[in-house]
Design a protein around this ligand. Structure first.
Ligand SMILES: [Fe+2]
Ligand SMILES: [Fe+2]
Length: 391
């Protein structure tokens, strides 16, 4: 700790300084150090002592999670500006260097545009809950399945592989768009991209693991990515991706046992659901922060929710694997109903209705938590939502 209080180099420089007043050096070692350098023709002003020198954060214990990001920052490092002028990649709280080059043209420099409370906690949770599709899925439990079941599984996992690519691809650019002063949401998004890469690989592996293979590309998944990617604003993107797309997929994954035929598939949906719940939580918590700090954007957010509800209630959302008229809908009907014959598919369709009702109930709950629940009371929300919930 002594090294943090009094940099070793500084002390050595002072101690070997022959021609400066010793009392002054003791009164202000830093000033004496500057004098020492100036007299010899070099600058030592970069060797600042910051406000936090001498104070140590709570580094935790192994039992309580260790040294967590939310406990690291204090003083100037904990000050997140409402507006950021940082265009040089400067870490939050670090001292400005006047000649630093502009390395980022960050469009996201308003805190409410990207912020959430507990972003550091969510990032730490993501780091701690990483898993491996190689070793955490009991692949050896796969056994030969009836042909129509295996084909349905391959079609569904093809869909999921494709949409997981979108879920990693779309938030990617927003990382580079965001000022380093808001590093917590940036780092959280980096963890999300790692999660989505793993989802992509686990569903790809499942398509190939049991003697099957990837099936047909979906006719509209690319368009779904395009729609989310066309967002002009981070919150618009987050509403479409985190609240809508990932929310719908999370509700389905939570019912993954109903379409699993072995422990490998159960583990695959359970582990992916645990990641997706974090991605959805990010979107909900961001929207909640926005609703509390920037009410002027409320009408705009309701506009995004109008659009999301159209997709949730009609066969119009290419991100949603359970909407009617899609290959993934048929695949899930076969998996849930237990076969491709008429009675099984009808049974599967009934179970899919339960998935859709769950999607809508969970969506409504998220919107309420985010602070936009008045739309369900004042007639703004899509009428079909209630029809699904009360069906
Ligand atoms: Fe995912
Ligand atoms: Fe996700």
């Amino acid at each position: 700790m002594a090294a943090r209080d009094e940099p070793e180099g500084a002390l050595m420089a002072i101690e070997t300084r022959p021609d400066t007043d010793q009392d002054a050096a003791e009164a202000s070692p830093y000033q004496a150090l500057l004098d020492h350098g100036r007299e010899r023709g070099y600058k030592l002003d970069w060797l600042q002592q910051r406000e936090t020198f001498g104070s140590t954060p709570d580094i935790g214990t192994e039992e309580n999670g260790g040294f967590l990001l939310q406990n690291a920052d204090s003083g100037p490092f904990d000050q997140t500006p409402d507006f950021s002028d940082n265009m040089t990649g400067r870490p939050r709280g670090a001292l400005k260097r006047a000649e630093a080059p502009r390395v980022g043209n960050y469009p996201v420099r308003t805190k409410s545009d990207v912020w959430l409370r507990n972003g550091a906690q969510l990032y730490e949770e993501a780091v701690q809950r990483q898993w491996s599709s190689s070793t955490d899925i009991p692949w050896h439990t796969l056994e030969a399945l009836p042909d129509e079941i295996e084909r349905a599984e391959c079609q569904l996992t093809t869909f999921l592989t494709e949409v997981e690519f979108v879920a990693g691809d779309v938030p990617g650019k927003w990382i580079a768009y965001t000022t380093p002063d808001y590093y917590e949401p940036r780092m959280y998004l980096i963890s999300q991209i790692m999660d989505e890469a793993r989802h992509l690989d686990v569903f790809r592996k499942r398509a190939l693991a049991n003697g099957g293979g990837l099936m047909g590309q979906l006719n509209r998944a690319g368009a779904a990515g395009g729609v989310i990617d066309s967002a002009r604003d981070f919150t618009e993107m987050s509403a479409r991706l985190h609240i809508s797309g990932e929310g719908s997929v999370l509700s389905l994954f939570r019912m993954g046992e109903l379409m699993s035929y072995n422990d490998a598939e159960k583990a695959m949906y359970r582990l992916a659901a645990s990641d997706e719940s974090r991605h959805v939580a990010f979107g909900v918590m961001h929207l909640q922060y926005l609703s509390q700090t920037d009410p002027e954007r409320s009408a705009e957010i309701h506009g995004y929710l109008d659009e999301i509800e159209l997709g949730l209630t009609a066969a119009a959302d290419p991100q949603n694997p359970v909407v009617r008229g899609t290959d993934s809908n048929t695949a899930i009907s076969i998996l849930m109903g237990g076969g491709a014959d008429k009675a099984s598919v009808e049974e599967g369709q009934k179970m899919l209705l339960a998935v859709r009702r769950r999607q809508i109930k969970e969506y409504m709950q998220r919107v309420r938590v985010a602070g936009f629940g008045e739309r369900f009371e004042n007639g703004r929300a899509a009428v079909a939502l209630e029809q699904y919930v009360s069906a």
